[in-house]
Write a protein of this length. Structure first.
Length: 385
């Protein structure tokens, strides 16, 4: 189960993961159910209201930790009651703060959502807090997507792109694997629309505002001059950096109307993605996330990276709505078997050493899973229902 930085829904995937009988390096993933479960409007509003630059108190965080855990628990019960049972539930929770120091050094990341409440109602062990072990070893704890991306893409030079609130990218080239958070993707666009509409709208639906507006080149260049974009990969960021006041901090009072602002922010997001892909040597880009449903954003990225093709994740056998939840399932499979991510990802987040990800509640071994800790995983094959 996964809820991303856009806080729009909890994505779920119920997956039967097994090693291939004749080739143990191949992991087979049979998708039994894929779903998208909206947040209750009040909980989503409360989460968005406490994200930076807003501040809140311990009581608010405690209340939200419980509310998020209870919603994840409701979703898990719903899925398992219709399609279960399961050996393990993996909950990413909801990121509310990703702490990267001013020098780019990662320090911490907080995902809320009481996992014990999920375990209590499902009677299934829950793996949670999946980023902490990587952070403790000097990594960014993000993005974790390369764990899935390299298994899906194999050895073909490929960029795997997710356009959520924050854009993240995995570059798989002949020289190795690089990954990191690129920039704001939807975060600034969503914030601008939400502020202008007093919360009545939360995104640029179908890219209509961007299509109607005009890019302000002066504002765009000042945004692109942010030192963040000169840092190499790996790097990470979040809404605490690209918050609703980010544009004012960078350019001051810009005087743009909403359509021109959204057009400029869309161009900004597209440039921060395309600049990392052009010249990387990849032959294709596999995209997922809500930004792929925005014709203006997707279209501009496609134009900027041409002739490299921008494809949906269906091209590697994964429905776009399932990709992030499938990532959580694969992490759960690895961790339950005491396995670290594939060797070719060593250091991809900047960590000193590979780590088994996540914590478990209740703290007892997960039973009912096949075990093979000897053969490294090289590929993942997804089977649709």
């Amino acid at each position: 189960m996964m809820s991303g930085t856009s806080v729009d829904a909890i994505d779920t995937a119920l997956v039967d993961l097994r090693r291939d009988a004749t080739d143990p390096s191949l992991l087979r993933a049979r998708l039994l159910d894929v779903g998208e479960h909206p947040w209750p409007a009040s909980v989503r509003a409360d989460l968005l209201d406490v994200l930076p630059p807003a501040s809140s108190d311990v009581a608010t965080w405690t209340r939200l930790h419980v509310a998020v855990g209870e919603r994840f628990a409701e979703v898990a019960v719903d899925v398992l009651s219709r399609h279960g049972p399961a050996d393990l539930v993996v909950s990413h929770g909801q990121t509310v703060y990703h702490w990267v120091a001013g020098d780019g050094v990662p320090r911490g990341s907080l995902q809320i959502g009481d996992a014990a409440r999920i375990a209590a109602v499902t009677r299934v062990p829950v793996l949670y807090d999946v980023r902490a072990a990587d952070l403790a070893r000097g990594g960014h704890g993000a993005p974790l997507a390369p764990i899935l991306d390299v298994l899906l893409a194999g050895d073909e030079p490929t960029a795997v792109l997710n356009l959520g609130g924050i854009a993240n990218l995995t570059l798989i080239t002949e020289d190795g694997v690089l990954a990191g958070d690129l920039g704001p993707a939807n975060a600034l666009i969503d914030a601008a629309v939400r502020e202008a509409s007093d919360g009545a709208q939360d995104c640029d639906r179908d890219g209509r505002l961007a299509a109607a507006g005009t890019v302000d080149s002066a504002v765009l260049e000042r945004l692109l001059a942010d030192p963040y974009f000169s840092r190499g990969l790996p790097r990470s960021t979040g809404r605490e950096y690209f918050d609703r006041d980010y544009v004012r901090r960078r350019v001051g009072e810009h005087g743009l109307d909403l359509a021109d602002l959204v057009a400029t922010l869309t161009e900004f997001s597209a440039r921060t993605v395309a600049d990392q892909i052009r010249g990387s040597g990849v032959r294709r880009v596999i995209g997922s996330g809500g930004g792929m449903d925005n014709p203006s954003l997707r279209g501009r990225i496609g134009e900027m990276i041409a002739p490299i093709a921008l494809l949906d994740s269906d091209a590697v056998g994964v429905p776009p709505a399932a990709k992030e939840a499938l990532l959580m399932a694969v992490i759960g499979y690895l961790s339950a078997h005491g396995l670290t991510p594939p060797d070719r990802l060593r250091g991809v987040t900047g960590s000193r050493e590979p780590s088994i990800l996540g914590s478990l509640t209740p703290p007892v071994p997960v039973t009912g899973l096949d075990a093979d800790r000897v053969t490294p995983l090289r590929r993942l094959q997804v089977e649709l229902p």
